[in-house]
Design a protein around this ligand. Sequence first.
Ligand SMILES: [Zn+2]
Ligand SMILES: [Zn+2]
Length: 274
Amino acid sequence: MPDTDATTLPICRACGTQYGAPRQDCPVCLDERQYVGADGQQWTSRAALSADGHRGRFEEEGPGVLGIGTTPAFAIGQRALLLRTDSGNVLWDCVPHLDDEIIERVHALGGISKIAVSHPHFYSAMVDWAHAFDAPVYLHEADRQWVGRPDPALHFWSGRTHELADDLVLINPGIHFPGSAVLHWSAGDGALFTGDVVHVCPDPRWVTVMYSYANHIPERPHAVRAAADLLADYRFDRIYGGWWQRVVPSGGNEVLERSVEQYLRFEEGIPEGV
Ligand SMILES: [Zn+2]
Ligand SMILES: [Zn+2]
């Protein structure tokens, strides 16, 4: 698909979602899990971000895991992660900015064989990343309505799990968004990649889950319990959240279990006097 003017396609300044054509509003921001800024809907583009001095930021976030983001930070300020796996580089989650320098640098690392995105808040400019590296993007079918730029590179999976490679599986815990995904990498001591489907807290002894982080709406307790039960089938030492240095460095399963237990104690009511 020709990409001649993709650098000028509209990108929402608040959430970083790129759309395939100009529009008045951003559905992702109008949703109760995001927000429209006080100054109203604002747009930019990759070309405008480059002109404003935005550049790629690359930093190791763990063994075989390279963070790729933008400096200065833009929109929700997330970073993507490049997993150096035995079956090629996998990009987990995505960012709105992409320029020639970033493309060159990632090509020098071996390019990208597959892209998988946790949920609509990280869809960003995934189609541009897919085209730049000739890589398919894996999204859960249940969130298809949030795709702002349909493209043949987008592949939709359904059900609770989808195998990306022998040691990589996408899991749908059904929290934050119906089609939310986390990625389990079984290599070494195991790692779980979560975006903010499971959010790594400033104190990495804790993670949390929310329906809406922007508007502080908690996730439904029964959904949290079901997600925790599903994830308990996988072993992971590290948990990689969606932002720089939001990483649980060890004991991932225990951190998740303890955090969910605490969450449910508060959500479901702590008996008086305890
Ligand atoms: Zn938006
Ligand atoms: Zn989110």
